[in-house]
Design a protein around this ligand. Structure first.
Ligand SMILES: Nc1nc2c(c(=O)[nH]1)N[C@H]1C(S)=C(S)[C@@H](COP(=O)(O)OP(=O)(O)OC[C@H]3O[C@@H](n4cnc5c(=O)[nH]c(N)nc54)[C@H](O)[C@@H]3O)O[C@H]1N2
Ligand SMILES: Nc1nc2c(c(=O)[nH]1)N[C@H]1C(S)=C(S)[C@@H](COP(=O)(O)OP(=O)(O)OC[C@H]3O[C@@H](n4cnc5c(=O)[nH]c(N)nc54)[C@H](O)[C@@H]3O)O[C@H]1N2
Ligand SMILES: [Mo]
Length: 766
């Protein structure tokens, strides 16, 4: 139970088991069953006719961008539909016919809702009208849009300093909404712009900026057709980026090889049955050629071992490294090769946990190829050494000259569908002189020059000082951030929390003294103004900007679009006393796009160029232009080996996604590929470890972390024997976020250590 003055709020909800069933883990991803399961979700939530009509418009050129992941659309989208099982589930969740209206809130208090699971809260449906929760009260009541904007403006005006305002962004907002939001926050006077990226790919952004001069990946979708080797590290595309499997399939058909590096044998990486091809349905493509089941957070050891062995062959016979590339474009390679001398092959091999035979196969393959793509996601970024994990990947690519040429490069696979775009258009807590100058000359005010707070520091500030105002453009902050109890206290300390959201979630019940819910249009919905339908723009994982235009009737006629809501708050705050005309910007997206073009490089003719397939933003790595880096060279980095210093009874725990969730939104209770059905409170464990602890299949345990003498406990999990390295555990987030200490995070990027939490296991009575 959390303490919210008078309100009795549960931070995690019901912990009762739901009736687990286990099967063998699957051996392939995205078969015809995938689409069948997906259609079951859409049919149930939105009906058959609407499902089929809507799905056929998803990710098509004049359609809407999938609200799921950020994987790019092919140049020629399939006529059968360019969507995957989990995209269909994301749509079903947004287009559900269930509604959360004033009657719902009159019936259910926030105290009652907080007792529900995240699954039940989410399934309540779409938010339909602005609602307010007054201090001390436990039922939300209706409020008009005007009053809601006034209330927000008044609380912002009451703050002692603009730096007492915290403005969070999740990654689903359009470029237009995010640009306007960032502009308002700077006009208000702070850079406190934590965003979901801080918990996600921030480590990639930092590592890639420091080594290659741009915090984004370098490959385009067509590079997968030409790659000789694609390495997929710390990523589970079968669940989280299913459309990526088609790209891997293409690579294989063209003779390329796939290496997967993951502590779990993820079904989606083993084999792919493409439901859109007849042959796919029958047989399927084997995706991974070499599967390296690395121990948790030993990727640096593994990469060092590969580079050490490659260097030995290079020394002996040459032809392994691209020495011309190294000489022309890079600096620091001698130091990296020298630093490898301090480790023995035996030591690195032991740490990686992989057989020498598989390592040698990998080395043989890499030695001969130089068109290599490395893809990665949260398995690399969410560790204390997250930044170094990625720098070590860059080292390998630089040695092989695998950058700035077809079929080669970096591929951080982004999470939310516009998380990359939000950053590009100005959502960031760091100060950019260039951006500030452009804003000043375009809008006539000077943006603040003090660094803002990222997610970790924003939580700490709200926790330690009372009375701040927290506004969230999307997301579910309390469940997504680490250290649930600590983060909840932080939010409950605020004088006002404002959630601009599509669906009900836990952050609507774990609130400040006063709370507002401002309901907004989803991606799939029509955005009509003066009888004309408007479009928005987004940027995909590979830096391509294109339009998105919804097609469904909005779930309530009281919804406002995100730009309208941001402009509404800004207008209530500034009245007419500001150099920016907020009202007209909120009403006219063309005007916002003109301003984006004026302020940001690469956005010329945004409105026209975003039509059809869209356009690529500038990317210096593609042009092999490293002029912004020291000595105008791409940078090799000497990285250390992570130190875990585990005690005898301690494990490393990764907190991951099941197949039936989108972050904190729980679609269902099955993790089909891993063979786990109808239960989320599970922990995957190696059989040898189970034996050591005297645990059986489905024993009940608590998972405990202890950092800086603070014990954190996640109660009631069922143990499942699983093919996972000894000493490693896996369990789902957000249930396990109570274990992740807010003050332990990646060096430099501040990304929480969600994939390597040190824990112990305590057996409970079954
Ligand atoms: N359907 C669906 N799609 C999604 C999301 C979703 O929740 N549901 N979320 C979206 C978002 S915001 C994001 S960021 C992405 C997340 O996409 P992923 O990063 O694929 O998601 P996770 O479930 O966190 O999986 C991490 C993977 O890394 C592996 N791993 C963990 N630790 C290590 C390690 O130390 N080394 C290596 N080599 N591997 C490791 C795990 O076994 C797992 O396969 O997906 C996006 N797409
Ligand atoms: N332990 C652990 N914690 C993690 C992670 C992990 O792997 N392990 N992953 C981290 C990662 S990678 C991320 S990205 C974060 C995610 O953090 P968030 O982005 O904060 O969380 P989501 O669950 O994606 O947010 C879902 C909510 O967004 C709202 N929403 C959906 N669509 C829209 C829209 O179009 N507009 C608006 N305004 N609102 C919308 C809905 O109300 C929904 O309930 O979580 C992080 N937390
Ligand atoms: Mo993410």
């Amino acid at each position: 139970m959390g303490d919210s003055k008078q309100r009795q709020i549960s931070l995690t909800g019901d912990k009762n088991f739901t009736g687990i069933k286990l099967k063998q883990p699957a051996q392939y991803g995205v078969g015809i069953l995938g689409i069948k399961v997906a259609l079951q979700h859409t049919f149930k939530e939105m009906g058959i006719v609407k499902s089929l009509r809507t799905l056929s418009h998803m990710n098509q050129k004049e359609g809407f961008d999938c609200p799921g992941c950020a994987w790019p659309d092919p140049e020629k989208p399939s006529k059968l539909g360019e969507y995957c099982e989990n995209g269909a589930k994301a749509l079903a969740e947004e287009a559900t016919h269930m509604r959360v209206d004033e009657d719902f809130f009159a019936k259910h208090s926030v105290e009652e809702i907080s007792q529900w699971t995240d699954y039940k809260i989410g399934k309540s449906g779409r938010l339909t009208q602005p609602m307010v929760l007054h201090p001390g009260e436990v039922h939300y009541k209706p409020i008009s849009w005007e009053e809601a904007f006034e209330l927000t403006a008044k609380e912002l005006q009451k703050l002692n300093s603009p730096d007492d305002g915290i403005f969070y962004t999740s990654g689903r907002s359009s470029n237009e909404a995010a640009f306007l939001y960032g502009l308002f926050i700077r006009a208000f006077g702070t850079n406190n712009m934590p965003d979901c990226s801080n918990m996600c790919h921030e480590s990639s952004g930092v590592a890639l900026s420091e080594t290659l001069g741009i915090g984004k990946g370098s490959v385009k979708l067509e590079d997968f057709d030409k790659a000789e080797v694609v390495i997929v590290m710390g990523q589970n595309p079968g669940t989280n980026h299913p459309r990526m499997l088609s790209a891997l399939q293409k690579c294989k058909e063209n003779g390329g090889k796939v290496i997967s590096i993951n502590p779990l044998e993820e079904a989606g990486l083993l084999k792919f049955k493409n439901p859109q091809e007849v042959t796919g349905i029958l047989s399927g493509t084997t995706l991974t050629d070499i599967y390296l089941q690395v121990r948790l957070n030993e990727d640096v050891a593994l990469l060092k071992l590969l580079m050490k062995k490659l260097a030995a062959i290079e020394k002996k016979q040459g032809g392994v490294f691209d020495n011309d590339f190294i000489k022309t474009y890079t600096q620091g390679h001698e130091q990296v090769l020298e630093s490898l001398e301090q480790y023995t092959e035996e030591e690195l091999l032991h740490r990686s946990g992989i057989s020498e035979e598989l390592i040698n196969q990998t080395v043989d393959l890499l030695a001969k190829k130089n068109k290599i793509i490395i893809c990665w996601a949260m398995g690399l970024t969410q560790h204390k050494n997250g930044v170094e994990n990625i720098k070590e990947c860059v080292n390998l690519l630089l040695l092989k000259g695998s950058l700035g040429k077809p079929g080669a490069g970096t591929c951080p696979v982004r999470g939310h569908s516009n998380v990359q775009g939000d950053r590009t258009v100005g959502i960031m807590h760091h100060v950019s002189k260039e951006l500030n100058t452009a804003i000043e000359s375009t809008f006539g005010f000077s943006p603040p020059i003090k660094e803002g707070l990222d997610t970790v520091n924003a939580i700490k500030a709200m926790h330690d000082e009372k009375g701040k105002v927290f506004i969230a453009l999307g997301g579910n902050f309390v469940s997504a951030a680490s250290d649930t109890n600590y983060t909840a206290k932080a939010l409950q300390n605020c004088s006002l929390t404002v959630q601009i959201s599509t669906k009900l979630n836990r952050s609507h019940v774990v609130t400040g003294k006063t709370a507002l819910i401002l309901p907004t249009l989803g991606r799939s919905e029509k955005d009509v103004k003066n009888g004309r339908q408007r479009f928005l723009t987004v940027e995909n994982s590979m830096g391509k900007v294109h339009r998105t235009k919804g097609m469904l009737t909005p779930s309530s006629n009281q919804l406002k679009s995100e730009p309208e809501i941001v402009a509404g708050i800004a207008n209530a705050y500034f009245k007419e006393n500001h150099s920016v005309n907020w009202k007209s910007l909120g009403a006219d997206y063309e005007l916002i796009r003109e301003k984006i073009t004026a302020v940001l490089k690469g956005f010329a003719d945004l409105s026209t160029k975003s039509k059809g397939a869209g356009f690529y933003l500038p990317n210096n790595v593609r042009d092999l232009d490293f002029s912004k880096l020291p000595n105008q060279k791409a940078q090799f980095s000497v990285c250390g080996l992570p130190q875990h210093n585990l005690k005898e009874n301690e494990f490393l725990l990764m907190t991951i996604r099941s197949h039936d969730q989108f972050n904190t939104t729980i679609y269902g209770l099955n993790d089909r590929y891993r063979g786990i059905y109808n239960e989320r409170r599970v922990v995957l464990m190696n059989k040898t470890d189970m034996k050591k602890l005297g645990l059986q299949n489905l024993s009940v345990v608590d998972i405990i972390s202890n950092y800086d003498n603070t014990e954190r406990r996640a109660q009631k999990f069922l143990v499942i024997p699983y093919k996972i390295p000894e000493g490693n555990l896996a369990a789902y987030f957000p249930e396990t976020n109570v274990l992740v200490p807010y003050n332990h995070y990646a060096d430099k990027s501040h990304t929480p250590i969600s994939k390597s939490v040190i824990v112990t296991i305590e057996k409970q009575a079954n």
